[in-house]
Design a protein around this ligand. Structure first.
Ligand code: ATP
Ligand code: MG
Length: 317
């Protein structure tokens, strides 16, 4: 919290035109809250900091919590977003890093992966407008160093409420993650196959985005859509960077896939394409059926090896 106050103080110092009392009014915090915190007279409570964050964010404030927060996004369905979220997160957790998965898809596939479906409390309870639950109350530890914020169709029910909230509807996830982000090394967000407000919320809450790409003609053409959305969100969230593309469901030794993989870097010369390719491997589907990540299901499988290598490439930048 101390570092948040310092970041807020620095932001206000660098932007002298900001009206501190106006910000307090917009955030709905008691008069003088921010002023006293900045002067060192009174500590800013977590509750008030959470109220102030979205307002300050609208004025361009960015707070780097220290955690790497990565959306795994592609509006094309079935390109292994969920398989990659779950297995990259499991591979990183296995290396001793504290990792959290956010299931931002009402299909709840990532949650099912760990048998965490139909829970009484879930992510939608932390994203609702009325008395949202702190993330700590809805996240579930699924194995050593790995937690998930589960979802199911209840999340779908929240979409219209979020859409009608013109001021903060796109910032609900960012607001919910802010108090806990610093407690994790990595947070991965499994996005739905759509360019809707759930994907926008994910990108606004993130500082990175990974795009899984299936090396098929229509998949590669469709990347333009997600890239357009990322670029738009980056205008309001300038810390958002494309970490890169990685290939999934790769059939090795097929001319089509080899050609497609070669062409992606030509189309996007400035974006990293990860060297590790995730091969088509039945263990990945079997693991999901058994409600396990592929490393736990069969550590010697091609899927476990590929996701371990990809996670190492990601960690090493
Ligand atoms: N490398 C792989 N080898 C074999 N099967 C895979 C692989 N990766 C994913 N799958 C399987 O492909 C299907 C689609 O994968 P997944 O659900 O991860 O895609 P998705 O992009 O999340 O889909 P959606 O757009 O519906 O959210 C699943 O049945 C999954 O088990
Ligand atoms: Mg999915």
């Amino acid at each position: 919290m101390e570092t948040l106050i310092k970041a807020i103080a620095k932001f206000i110092e660098e932007n002298p035109v900001l009206n501190v009392s106006g910000i307090e009014i917009q955030a709905g915090v008691p008069k003088g809250t921010l002023q006293k915190a900045l002067g060192g007279f009174q500590k800013l409570s977590q509750h008030n900091a959470e109220k102030l964050m979205p307002v300050l964010t609208r004025y361009g404030f960015q707070f780097d919590s220290g955690a790497k927060i990565i959306s795994i996004a592609n509006n094309k369905g079935g390109v292994a977003k969920t398989a990659s979220t779950v297995n990259i997160a499991a591979a990183i957790a296995k290396q001793g890093l504290k990792t959290l998965i956010i299931d931002m898809d009402p299909q709840g596939s990532a949650s099912r992966h760990f048998g965490q479906y139909e829970l009484e409390v879930q992510l939608s309870d932390s994203l609702r407008e009325n008395a949202p639950l702190p993330i700590e109350q809805i996240m579930v530890e699924v194995k050593e160093n790995l937690w998930i914020c589960p979802s199911n169709l209840n999340l779908e029910g929240l979409l219209s409420e979020m859409q009608s909230d013109e001021v903060e509807g796109n910032m609900r996830l960012k607001k919910a993650l802010m108090p806990i982000a610093g407690k994790f090394d990595y947070i991965f967000i499994d996005c739905p196959p759509s360019l809707n407000l759930f994907t926008i919320n994910s990108l606004i809450a993130s500082n990175g985005v990974l795009v899984p790409v299936q090396p098929e003609p229509h998949s590669i053409d469709g990347i333009a859509n997600i890239m357009k959305m990322i670029n738009k969100v980056a205008m309001v969230n300038p810390i958002l960077k494309v970490d890169g593309f990685f290939f999934t469901l790769v059939k090795t030794n097929t001319k089509l896939h080899e050609g497609m993989m070669d062409s992606l870097q030509d189309i996007y010369p400035n974006i990293k394409v990860y060297q590790t390719r995730i091969r088509h491997n039945i263990s990945i589907s079997e693991a999901s059926y058994e409600e396990k990540d592929v490393l736990a299901y069969d550590s010697s499988s091609a899927g476990a090896k590929d996701y371990t290598n990809l996670s190492k490439e990601l960690i090493n930048g």
